[in-house]
Design a protein around this ligand. Structure first.
Ligand code: SF4
Length: 356
């Protein structure tokens, strides 16, 4: 489907054949609560005739979003508990999040910050709040890395991004600036020379964590945008969310991780979906997630292995939740499972190898 503008309303979605008139009553309530946006690049990937289209599932609102479970939270990863000044989250000693903007080019239906992003969300950090955020970073010499997230920081104009980067360049103890973004995939045309120059304006090492969840998102245009970034010296890593009905399949995950590596993007995080309101239809059990992640071992190169991560609700940070491959047998002896599920004694003299 070719569109020139992002789809932002139920009317847009109905005109494009992505929702039907009979779905409107339920979706009106969803749209009143959570923002909608699908860029032309993502709309073009959707097959409206496929009720299980994995791209549509990520971006087209669904009546299931009205189902709220008791364990779901408006701030599922607990940003608020670690926000010393507006726009800053300081959860770990050596790094902070700088949330400069709460707008995105697309609104993911599973978003962990869905209560904060969108036209009715927290908006862009005002200039006084930005001053306080930079003062906080400058006053904390332990901050080695600043992670721009939001929202999607790459929706800011190159001029505003360059100004942020230039301010960071004046803070000696900050060595790394990392951007978390979906832009190279969902709006690849935005990745032009001006944007790339802005991303490098601090003179610090710039990392870019690309959020993509299905191999189809890595279109030729997206791959070209990533190549422009990497060629410019920006290091790219990936982050994906493990989503029921999108990528909860060993072959799809393997293809996605390989596609990242083929495009010089190191797989970094595979997130277990957070307890965001109205997102239970996307969540697998942790055991299902562990089995999928285990299936990547042996199936694809070590370069293609992301860390399977749970953000512990309440702001307690990230935990790696892959199934353990090692069992402590006591007395300094262990059994270690290989990628076929075969258990081996370690050290080898401490027991016989056996099928696990
Ligand atoms: S791009 Fe990120 S912050 Fe924006 S809606 Fe999607 S998951 Fe949320």
């Amino acid at each position: 489907m070719k569109t020139l503008q992002s789809l932002k309303t139920l009317d847009d979605l109905e005109t494009s054949g992505l929702v039907t008139d009979s779905q409107r009553a339920d979706l009106t309530a969803v749209a009143a609560r959570y923002a909608i946006a699908i860029t032309p690049a993502m709309a073009a990937l959707i097959d409206p005739a496929d009720p299980n289209d994995p791209i549509a599932r990520q971006f087209v609102p669904d009546a299931a979003e009205l189902v709220r479970l008791p364990e779901e939270r408006e701030d599922p990863i607990g940003d608020g508990a670690h926000s010393p000044v507006e726009g800053i989250v300081h959860r770990y000693p050596d790094r902070v999040l700088l949330k400069a903007v709460h707008v995105c080019p697309v609104y993911c239906r599973f978003c962990f910050r869905r209560e904060m992003v969108g036209p009715q969300g927290l908006g862009t950090l005002a200039s006084q709040a930005m001053d306080k955020a930079f003062a906080y970073i400058a006053d904390h010499p332990e901050i080695w890395e600043v992670i721009l997230t939001g929202g999607d920081p790459l929706v800011l104009s190159p001029r505003r991004l360059a100004s942020i980067m230039e301010r960071l360049s004046a803070i000696d103890h900050v060595k790394i600036v990392r951007f978390h973004t979906r832009v190279p995939v969902v709006e690849p045309e935005r990745v032009d020379a001006a944007l790339i120059a802005a991303l490098k304006a601090s003179g610090k090492t710039t990392y870019l964590a690309l959020h993509a969840n299905h191999p189809r998102e890595l279109t030729a245009d997206a791959r070209a945008a990533c190549a422009r970034l990497v060629d410019a010296g920006i290091v790219m890593v990936s982050q994906s969310v493990l989503l029921k009905g999108v990528n909860d399949d060993a072959e799809i995950l393997a293809t996605l991780m390989r596609a990242f590596v083929e495009n010089r993007i190191k797989p970094y995080y595979l997130h277990h979906p957070d307890l965001a309101p109205g997102t239970s239809h996307f969540r697998l059990t942790i055991e299902e997630g562990q089995a999928l992640v285990a299936s990547l071992r042996g199936r694809v190169s070590g370069l293609c292995q992301p860390a399977y991560i749970l953000d512990i609700p309440g702001g307690h940070g990230k935990a790696v939740i892959s199934a353990s491959t090692i069992e402590d047998k006591g007395g300094g002896c262990y059994t270690v499972s290989d990628f076929n599920g075969e258990a081996h004694a370690y050290p080898p003299e401490s027991g016989q190898s056996r099928r696990g």
